[in-house]
Design a protein around this ligand. Structure first.
Ligand code: A2H
Length: 255
């Protein structure tokens, strides 16, 4: 990546119900009252109202790391190590692993995404393009504002059987989060159509769409949902982040 550290927001996405296949891997390995959070690294905390699912890489191995007596984080080992040195865990430099689970076994788990309009929870779904070497290896999906997320949920809904998921898991309502002069209030959908992106594998066009969406959203965007509706994105972004951190629903994570 570019110069200097990337300042992510680590979203704590609580596991409400494990997928059947994941159950066997976690059974007996965690205290009964343990809270397990999937941690998603995001650069767009102001869009978290629009989370519709949580992506994992199907062939990535995740660990469930002990944060303190009650809380555990699910992420890659690489991320857990970084967090341990950023004093996110109880003991600096230590990241005890309670269990490991392959991404594809997590698919279908029900999780609670803070701030999302989908209060009943969202599903864990596969994203082939998740990199194990970036962030936490977990990506929260905001298809209103991320072209990658939009292209992926469209593909998942289209090929639900192939992916072994329920179609409706990929078809949750996509609320408008940000309005911009160039792309309206459905930035990702607009750019995916404009650049004729047909699949999550259209890497080159998606990189371009990502760049355009990010710039327009940040500099020209106005919030149309939530506590800061009517405010410019530039202003709302750090405010939403602070509010999430204050509520204990997110934390600062850098790499
Ligand atoms: B962003 P950068 Cl609404 N593999 O969050 C692939 N992508 C990853 C990842 C990984 N291991 N870890 C994080 N990401 C995604 C929201 C969002 C994001 C929106 C719009 C654009 C956007 C919801 N998904 O990212 O390479 C995460 O998706 C485009 C900049 O570190 C994270 O922020 O610059 C972003 O990529 C981090 O990308």
């Amino acid at each position: 990546e570019g110069v200097g550290p990337q300042e992510y927001t680590g979203m704590k996405i609580k596991v409400l119900e494990w997928a059947e296949e994941a159950k066997a891997d976690v059974a007996g390995k965690l205290p009964e009252n343990a809270n397990v959070y999937m941690v998603a690294a995001t650069l767009r905390p102001e869009t978290m109202y629009g989370q519709t699912c949580c992506f994992v890489g199907p062939s990535i191995t995740y660990g469930i790391y002990k944060v303190n007596d009650t809380d555990y984080f699910l992420c890659t080992e690489r991320a857990a190590r970084n967090m341990a040195y950023q004093k996110i865990f109880q003991k600096e430099g230590e990241f005890p692993c309670a269990a490991t689970v392959l991404g594809k076994k997590l698919i279908g788990s029900l999780v609670y995404a803070p701030l999302s309009i989908h209060k009943e929870g969202v599903r864990v779904l596969p994203m082939e393009t998740v990199l194990a070497t970036k962030g936490t290896g977990v990506v929260t999906s905001v298809p209103s504002d991320s072209p990658d997320d939009y292209a992926t949920v469209m593909d998942l809904a289209k090929k639900a059987d192939y992916y072994g998921i329920k179609k409706e898991w990929a078809e949750l309502e996509i609320p408008a989060i940000i309005k911009t002069p160039s792309y309206g209030d459905k930035t990702a959908e607009f750019l995916v159509k404009k650049l004729k992106i047909n699949s999550p594998k259209d890497a080159k066009q998606l990189a371009e769409a990502k760049e355009l969406a990010y710039k327009e959203g940040f500099y020209q965007g106005v919030m149309v949902i939530g506590e800061f509706a009517g405010e410019k994105v530039e202003k709302a972004k750090p405010l939403v982040r602070e509010a999430l951190i204050k509520k204990g629903e997110a934390f600062a994570y850098a790499e």
